[in-house]
Design a protein around this ligand. Structure first.
Ligand code: HEM
Length: 662
């Protein structure tokens, strides 16, 4: 029995015929989809050549086979739900969502009920999933302005370094993002990448569109892509996120799949399924696979991540669920893998578990990191001097092979991450992620447009809704955004040019509004981002029964062990996993040595490893050996799957404080 909005009890009854018809509708939809895919494939309407303007982009969100399978099941279920909604004239999906059902189609789709082995010391390997299948429309029901138009009008590429924060924060943020979040997007069943535009960036007819397409329209006068261009781009590829069946087995609108476990549990290294784990594990001594330096190249001085093939550059690596292609992520992942294997010689085995990463976090708030990115990362020599080579994101995107060809590169990158300031969190995103990645290849890629469109794809409500959710005042006009306030977020200028597009204040995307807020005192991000990020990390900590600090569990650490674990620091991890030429590092990896700004722990607790009080006083580079005590428990803890300690969290000012780490 369920309640309508006016609290009237409400029961959904389905006749046998309705049940059968809905199931038939589900199966028929998938059959039609399969036929459509065969036709599109036969017409060559997919991404196949490197010259394609959207080549490689889908690679960031490739589904694992398990996700493909779940998405097909979810598609059947969605279509069945759609049939019932229409047949029973239900006003919205909520009524369906509140019911679980004994429909065959749904039973076959339901995820198995998981019974937690309460006394188990170790996590399990697989995770679970969680929103709305209709893209968000404007509050008055009309279409929202093109995500690419918003991106080019509201955002800029200004260089505004953030002198309080090193690039290590950016890189570590991306690493842990890969740990707990991997939304995946549809592909053809045969694995080919869907193209929602023509092979020259033109717009397709509706009949040529795969149902998973939500292409972003590009204005013909786009200031970066179309002015003086010989071929005018009118379409940017966008493939919708894969849906999966709900955990509670209810029917109704779709939930998008996260193919990683929702915990901070080193999925970056292990993956989140038995199949992926099998690909990366060595099955001897609990080790993960590596590629021996001896088989790679004489210029390599360390074992590296497993090499994936086919590979079009000097080296492609894989770890966990993904091919590691993103520039400095490769050294960081390699460093963690190396450390993990060292630790396994001291301890053994482990696995992950499940909870939910919120869409507002993954689809908007935590994408704040894209604003931190530097297009050109400086490299530093062993003596700390600036080398005259750097690397640019555009040139190294999808090509981490310098790690193989340049012996000094690995450590030079680590020093760069520890030294160079990141960019500020604002309405500026480096050109390498915004307009000109893969420069040479003429690829049309815009991370801002992708983020905005992804938010709409996932049905995220608007910025104003999230202000309210976080306890701030909902604004009623654009001028309300920049009203001076000590208790509400302030957006001094939101570059909304009404001559370009018309939107209401209720239609601002949360990703856009969040980045435009003035940072809180002592924080690098504004109040709404703080709220949404803190909420998620809080949940990660307090709903994880394997969280390393949780007591009274079969697997809990002793007080003495915790004391040792808390001596760990990211700086030390960098040092220990370098090629032995990073001999000094500042105690707090995210705070540059040159910074004169005191980072107040109660406001900005960015990295929670640095528990040694000594660290809080020091703000200079010290010998690596002084960055923490060296203890096997920490080693295991930091690197192992069992109990991750590497947590990032931006905590509220005391009046709005969420529970914090003890
Ligand atoms: C270093 C360069 C980076 C590149 C090239 C990159 C690229 C991407 C791409 C292509 C996507 C998928 C966008 C979509 O279609 O929805 C994405 C998603 C995302 N990125 Fe980044 N990113 C970078 C850095 C970062 C950083 C530093 C952070 C955070 C600190 C971050 C957080 C995220 C998050 C939370 C998502 C959503 C993940 C999901 O839903 O599965 N990224 N990124």
């Amino acid at each position: 029995m369920y309640k309508t909005e006016d609290a009237t009890p409400f029961v959904l009854h389905f006749t046998d015929n309705e049940t059968q018809m809905s199931e038939a509708a589900g199966y028929s939809y998938v059959d039609r989809l399969t036929q459509l895919e065969e036709d599109l494939f036969a017409q060559g309407q997919y991404i196949k050549e490197e010259s394609h303007p959207f080549y490689r982009m889908p690679q960031f969100k490739k589904p694992q086979p398990e996700a493909q399978e779940l998405a097909r099941k979810a598609a059947r279920m969605l279509e069945a739900a759609q049939y019932l909604k229409i047949k029973m004239s239900l006003p919205n999906d909520e009524f369906l969502r509140q019911t679980t059902s004994n429909f065959t189609v749904i039973n076959k789709t339901c995820l198995a009920v998981i019974t937690c082995p309460t006394a188990s010391k170790y996590r399990t390997i697989d995770g679970s999933y969680s929103n709305i299948q209709t893209p968000r429309a404007a509050s008055n029901g009309s279409a929202l302005p093109s995500a690419r138009l918003v991106s080019t009008v509201v955002f800029g590429g200004a260089d505004r370094a953030l002198n309080t924060t090193t690039l290590a924060l950016m890189q570590f943020g991306q690493l842990i993002n890969h740990d707990f979040q991997s939304t995946t997007q549809f592909t053809f069943t045969n694995g080919s990448d869907i193209s929602c535009c023509t092979s020259t960036g033109g717009t397709l007819n509706a009949s040529q569109l795969h149902p998973a397409c939500l292409p972003i329209s590009v204005p013909t006068n786009d200031r970066f892509w179309n002015v003086n261009a010989t071929i005018i781009t009118t379409c940017m590829n966008f493939i919708r996120s894969m849906a999966g069946p709900r955990l509670d087995c209810s029917i109704g609108y779709a939930d998008q799949l996260n193919q990683n476990t929702h915990w901070l549990d080193a999925s970056t290294l292990y993956g989140s399924s038995t199949t992926t784990a099998a690909l990366v594990r060595n099955f001897t001594g609990g080790l993960l696979k590596t590629t021996s330096k001896d088989v790679i190249s004489a210029t390599v001085s360390r074992d590296l991540l497993p090499i994936s093939s086919p590979c079009t550059t000097a080296a492609c690596f894989y770890a966990g669920p993904a091919i590691i292609t993103k520039h400095s992520l490769a050294p960081l992942t390699t460093g963690f893998l190396t450390r993990f294997n060292q630790c396994q010689h001291q301890q053994s085995d482990d696995r992950p578990d499940q909870q939910r990463i919120r869409y507002r976090f993954a689809t908007a708030a935590f994408r704040f990191g894209h604003s931190l990115v530097q297009g050109s990362v400086k490299l530093y020599a062993e003596d700390g001097s600036l080398l005259n080579t750097s690397y640019t994101m555009s040139d190294t995107f999808n090509d981490p092979s310098r790690i193989v060809t340049d012996k000094t590169y690995f450590d030079a990158v680590i020093r760069g991450l520890l030294t160079q300031p990141s960019q500020s969190i604002d309405q500026n995103v480096d050109d390498s992620l915004w307009n000109r990645p893969f420069r040479a290849k003429n690829i049309r890629f815009d991370i801002v447009a992708l983020n905005i469109q992804r938010g709409r794809d996932h049905g995220l409500p608007s910025y104003n809704t999230y202000r309210q959710l976080c306890g701030f005042t909902k604004v009623t006009s654009f001028s309300g955004l920049n009203a001076t306030s000590t208790t509400n977020p302030v957006i001094p200028t939101l570059r909304v040019d009404k001559s370009c597009f018309n939107i209401l204040v209720d239609d601002i995307d949360v990703y856009v509004g969040g980045l435009a807020e003035i940072p809180l005192t002592g924080s690098i991000a504004g109040p709404t981002l703080n709220c949404l990020i803190a909420e998620q990390f809080n949940q990660i900590k307090f709903s994880d029964r394997y969280f390393y600090e949780l007591g009274n569990q079969a697997h809990s650490f002793t007080a003495a062990q915790l004391t040792e674990i808390r001596k760990a620091s990211l700086a030390r991890i960098f040092c220990d996993n370098s090629d032995q030429t990073v001999l000094t590092a500042q105690p707090k990896a995210f705070v540059p040595v040159s910074s004169t700004i005191l980072v107040r722990e109660e406001l900005l607790r960015l990295i929670l490893l640095n528990y040694n009080p000594l660290f809080f006083n020091a703000n200079a580079k010290v010998l690596c050996t002084a960055t923490c005590n060296h203890h096997p428990f920490f080693e295991f803890e930091a690197m192992g799957k069992r109990d991750p300690v590497l947590i990032i969290g931006i905590i509220y000012p005391s009046s709005r404080q969420l529970p914090i780490f003890t």
